[in-house]
Ligand binder design. Structure first.
Ligand code: UDP
Length: 134
């Protein structure tokens, strides 16, 4: 695995609102290539593993409730510097601070319900791909 691959999740609010096609189009338009994709309902156990780095944070329980509240789409995307390309398209974690034109800047309001997840490093990408696809 390298910086050519990244893990992306369309969170429950994105699936529920019917924004899956729009979000996928943004990655495709950028030139990234979809390698794998599935719809799934995450268990609390898997959610806690995925967000283990945040387990001491005050928002952790709310985050686990939210991410397990409905189906998500998980994907592997490939392309040059895929990790940073996806992070740039997503925009800042807090949608109130995300640039207009980014996914979170255009489509979300809440720092918890911020519509999309993308790995933040090669190590996270490897770990998250293994967690959801192996
Ligand atoms: N989050 C939250 N409250 C905060 C910060 C983060 O609910 O104050 C949630 C939000 O859904 C975010 C996730 O926790 O996407 C993981 O946070 P991280 O700092 O890793 O942001 P990301 O990598 O998703 O931009």
């Amino acid at each position: 695995m390298s910086n050519k691959h990244t893990f992306v999740m369309i969170k429950p609010d994105g699936v529920e609102r019917g924004d899956v096609g729009n979000i996928i189009s943004r990655f495709e338009n950028k030139g990234l290539e979809l390698q794998n994709m599935k719809l799934m309902h995450i268990s609390r156990d898997l959610a806690k593993k995925h967000y283990q780095e945040h387990k001491e944070k005050p928002f952790f329980n709310e985050l686990i409730d939210y991410i397990t509240s409905g189906p998500v789409i998980v994907m592997i995307w490939e392309g040059e510097n895929a990790i940073s390309a996806v992070r740039f398209l997503m925009g800042a974690t807090d949608p109130q601070k995300a640039e207009p034109g980014s996914i979170r800047g255009d489509m979300a309001l809440s720092i918890t319900k911020n519509i999309v997840h993308g790995s933040d490093s090669e190590e996270s990408a490897q770990r998250e791909i293994n967690l959801f696809f192996k």
